[in-house]
Design a protein around this ligand. Structure first.
Ligand code: SAM
Ligand code: SF4
Ligand code: SF4
Length: 337
């Protein structure tokens, strides 16, 4: 598969992010909330129709270490904004999670990163190898800032992942030398990477993005607004911190929420824990019903809506519904970040 290079709306989008950061961000978020509202509501009703037997998550996010080596202005994990006590997932907890996902029959998307830089975990290749062997049908993807990536590392991790996203965070719309090295090598050796989808994204390091439940460093000076749209994250994503807690979502940047603790239950039990159910019921009618969510304007970059729309389409066609539809379908889609 050839390497793909993306730059959202090209030079025009870049200049808009630089010159009118708030306007660019707010217009994008408004449009996304509007366009996705119907599908979001439909998916929530689909999800909740059998509360005892809910669908699988579509993405399991597993953070193995909670640190980053970069300085993106919009991200709480940036090395200058970091407030979390250092945590690294134990090998035992990692294997328990992967083994339980396999026993559960999970076949959806899986990441071994959260709010962090995955390549900072020195075990990252062996962790992916373990996951790949136990979960051969999962769509495993990695998103990295690429600062620690080189051709040798890419070749090491390649057999265990379906997709690699390299976010080239910069100020000048140019590839960093490490990113360029990867692009040149993959373009010169396409056969070697025919089974891996590599997506390089040009990203403005000082962009204004979502406020992530009030934690984004460059959105600290705003007056909080109540957001009444619903949110899909607790319906689509399982979010696992390095100490084995299931948190709300990627916006729990300080890792303080706990919907279940995998020290005390299995992943399947955790996914429909009483606290998860309570949060889902609150978000069914809007974010205003939960203190952490009330002012959060996060909306995902597109992957989840793509999966959710396919699940809804197939559900209508087949009328099968049921617990495993999402999981069976998720791995067959072309991913969009
Ligand atoms: C936290 S990073 C972790 C993986 C890796 N460090 C990277 O940057 O690709 C995952 C994604 O979260 C996004 N992100 C970080 N802060 C955000 C914010 N305030 N709003 C929306 N997305 C954000 C990043 O841009 C990236 O696409
Ligand atoms: S977006 Fe990724 S690279 Fe940037 S600070 Fe956050 S975790 Fe690090
Ligand atoms: S509203 Fe924000 S904090 Fe609440 S679940 Fe959704 S993304 Fe997470």
């Amino acid at each position: 598969m050839p390497i793909r290079i993306a730059n959202f709306m090209g030079r025009f989008g870049w200049e808009a992010q630089k010159r009118f950061p708030m306007l660019a961000s707010q217009s994008y978020l408004k449009a996304m909330f509007f366009l996705r509202a119907k599908s979001q509501k439909e998916y929530i009703e689909y999800f909740l129709r059998d509360p005892e037997n809910v669908p699988y998550p579509n993405v399991v996010n597993l953070e193995t270490i909670n640190r980053c080596n970069s300085d993106c202005a919009f991200c709480t994990a940036n090395k200058y904004a970091e407030k979390r006590p250092y945590m690294r997932m134990s090998d035992e907890m990692f294997r328990k999670i992967i083994d339980e996902l396999a026993d559960w029959g999970y076949k959806g998307h899986l990441t071994m990163y959260g709010n962090n830089e995955p390549l900072l975990d020195t075990r990252i290749v062996e962790l992916h190898k373990y996951a790949r062997e136990k979960l051969p049908e999962c769509f495993i993807f990695m998103s990295t800032n690429g600062l620690l990536l080189n051709v040798d590392k890419l070749r090491e991790i390649k057999p265990y992942i379906n997709q690699l996203i390299i976010n080239n965070y910069c100020e000048d719309m140019k590839f960093r030398p490490k990113t360029q090295e990867i692009i040149d090598y993959v373009q010169a050796n396409p056969e070697e990477f025919k089974d891996l989808d590599i997506l390089v994204q040009m990203r403005y390091v000082k962009a204004v993005l979502t406020n992530r439940a009030g934690s984004a460093p460059n959105r600290q000076n705003e007056k909080p607004k109540i957001i009444k749209e619903t949110c899909l994250m607790p319906y689509t994503d399982m979010w696992i911190t390095p100490d084995g807690r299931l948190g709300y979502c990627c916006c729990d940047n300080y890792e303080v929420t706990e919907l279940a603790n995998l020290k005390d239950c299995t992943v399947a039990e955790g996914w429909n824990s009483p606290k998860y159910r309570e949060l889902r019921l609150k978000l069914r009618t809007g974010r205003q019903n939960d203190p952490m969510c009330a002012h959060c304007d996060f909306i995902d970059a597109g992957l989840r809506m793509h999966t959710v729309n396919e699940i809804l389409k197939n559900d209508k066609k087949n009328k099968t519904g049921g617990k495993d539809l999402g999981s069976r379908l998720a791995d067959t889609f072309t991913q969009k970040q």
